[in-house]
Design a protein around this ligand. Sequence first.
Ligand code: 5AD
Length: 361
Amino acid sequence: MSAPFSGQEQGKELVDKLYRTGGLTKEEFCELIKKRGKETEKYARKLACQVREKVYGNQIYIRGLIEFTNYCKNDCYYCGIRRGNRNAQRYRLKQEDILECCEEGYGLGFRTFVLQGGEDGYFTAERMEEIIRMIKKRFPDCALTLSVGEKDENTYRIYREAGADRYLLRHETADEAHYRRLHPENLSLEHRKECLRTLKKLGFQTGAGFMVGSPGQTEETLAEDFLFLRGLQPEMVGIGPFIAHRDTPFRDEPDGTLENTLFYLALIRLMMPRVLLPATTALGTIHPEGRELGILSGANVVMPNLSPVSVRKKYMLYDGKICTGDEAAEHLSDLGRRIEKIGCRIVTDRGDYRKDIPQGF
Ligand code: 5AD
């Protein structure tokens, strides 16, 4: 381990450079990640919070998260709903249930719905098309985000033409060897990246992202993540701490930390001032004030859980996932109060990516 920057001046210079130029070299990212001390972290988080304010004011966007199936054909080593987990109780919501979640969410003030699920073969392109059309017809003033994994271009096109606006597909890691450490043979980083490029091409507001502290993550793999994000220029970036799930091969691996997650959130806000950046449920799970601290480090989105209460505990990506407290959609007013305590406020418009704000703002 190399010594921290002397007096942290060098760290602050790199943070400033990242904001000023929108990027760093791989070596600079590595150095910043490796050598930063508390002072550099504090500096980056504060600056990122100011940048968020400059772009979005005190507004925090909300998204209603509907976890509509936990069937998954994939066997990712980190994930609690991996195919190989025989202890998971599988469920899939019916169309009516999904629509009912949206109804409830709409009444609470949500104007974006996120349909998230495992890669479940039951939901064919045709079935998804029907669901998307149904939601967009019933709620024409709402944005619809999908998060259902890797599909072929045709399927993504069907989703898009049916009216889906946004798509979340974390790249998980941009480093080839690290990708192999997290995923079984049949999955590839190249295909994942290809999907992200296709989504952008089709006009989705696209989200990439990664877990913080996943097994095998290093300064170098993180530097690759930042460089990849810089190249892709996604409209959204989702990052949260890795949290071990007891029924996965990573059961004994240490969780990602609050400090690292907050620092990387800050770096992402500084590199991409306009990006839509959630303070994730995983961050709220590892610390009772995780979401607030995320916002104070540059995040500007929260995604309360709109799934039916009866299935929430079954969508367990990791141990201890919070789902019935202030992060639940039905407790939105409590979440709102918490956010007001840190000088921000929840807004109920669609919260689209702000293309209107000039680059380099
Ligand atoms: N800890 C934290 N995040 C996880 N995800 C999956 N498993 C875990 C875990 N054990 C994240 C992945 C995925 C997103 C839906 O949830 O990054 O893309």
